[in-house]
Design a protein around this ligand. Sequence first.
Ligand code: HPA
Length: 277
Amino acid sequence: MIHTSDEMGKITAACEAMKQHIKEKPVLMIVLGSGLGQLADTVSDAISVPYSEISGFPDVTVPGHVGRLVFGRWEQLPVVVMQGRFHYYEGHQMADVVRPIRVMRRLGVERLLLTNAAGGLDEDMKPGQLMLISDHLGFNCEPPLRGENLDTFGPRFADQSQVYDRDWRNQAKQCAEKNGIPVREGIYCYSKGPQFETPAEIRALRVLGANAVGMSTVPEAIVASHAGMKVMGISCITNMAAGILDQPLSHDEVMEVGAQAADRTIALLSSIVNALH
Ligand code: HPA
């Protein structure tokens, strides 16, 4: 499907639908990955909007991903939390996957904090470990900017030399240190999914410089950086990538480890958000 100005129409319609719910313009959008849904319950003055009520938002199909936007204040900052994201592997068009980001950008949101569950490629990684994404390998990803360029957001040929904002990441590193939360930095490689990777693919990705692999985040980060947003990505390493351990991978494991690490992840997120005041 070629994106046309029809896409702009869908974005505008969703914006209009959102405006009635927004009491205070959010400055930050937080996208919750697998196992982090509980954060949305701690938003104060919360107004929840199920995706089913937003024109242009498809349904969520993945266990562990509730489908709603939560507007309110988190750590005293006006935020919008996306509880449940859209993945390409669910069968959605790329335009659908990234539309929520553009809708929020159009509503004035300046920063995007993406979280995800990912497989770890470095042998010294431990499940539950947090990784700040410094850059990504996205050439595996159906390009979300393909088709007519939406000039209101950004240029045809988007610079990608700093998709993940370096200053913000440095601030996050200080937050982690202050709170005694171990984090490392690394390169996240996009995998279309839904099948996990093969051991041979993981060996190849390691040669290419990847430290973690997952099935989300990159499309959203590309579109957000195109639109001039400051982007941060945080991976929770829920499992060692295929072939590193002599055991099969499963979504249950991803959910379980993600949930076990949730308290630490949320503590880091809250410190990062506090530092934005
Ligand atoms: N591969 C791809 N996506 C993932 C993984 C993985 O090993 N773990 C969690 N999401």
